[in-house]
Design a protein around this ligand. Structure first.
Ligand code: FES
Length: 146
């Protein structure tokens, strides 16, 4: 049912953890399954993502998708990171079963939410970036879980 890559990233997830004083943090959730994903980004002055970490309270596919997504965006510019869609994450994982497609969408949204947070903190507008719908605000916080 799952590809070897999914199993690998689920069992040995890359980039688990938090970044202190991150340039941008995005937390998103899926109301149906209740899974929550948080991505931390460290972005340098040239707008390059030098570090990406994640914490995911969710299913195995969500863990694998966060692991792969953080791997894919590391070293990329913000513009390039915006191209890392859920499709790109799924392709890099050699596919996900249809019922697990939304898990990869969570990864895309978490990246966007973290970039949105970065843009807000720096008073800039990132072309082509919209506020993710499933963004969870600090007030409604998920930190009790993550
Ligand atoms: Fe919802 Fe995987 S089942 S994120």
């Amino acid at each position: 049912m799952y590809s070897e890559k999914v199993m690998d990233h689920f069992q040995n997830p890359r980039n688990v953890g938090e970044i202190e004083d991150a340039s941008g943090v995005g937390t998103v959730g899926n109301a149906k399954c209740g899974d929550i994903m948080r991505i931390f980004l460290d972005i340098d002055e040239e707008g390059r993502i030098v570090e990406a970490k994640f914490k995911t309270f969710g299913c195995g596919a969500a863990v694998a998708a966060s692991s792969m997504a953080t791997e894919l965006i590391k070293g990329k510019t913000i513009e390039e990171a915006l191209q890392v869609t859920n499709k790109a994450v799924m392709e890099a994982l050699d596919g996900l079963p249809p019922v697990k497609v939304h898990c990869s969408l969570l990864a895309e949204e978490a990246i966007h939410a973290a970039l949105w947070d970065y843009a807000e903190k720096h008073g800039i507008v990132i072309k082509g970036l919209n506020k993710p719908k499933s963004d969870i605000h600090e007030e409604e916080d998920a930190s009790g879980i993550l």
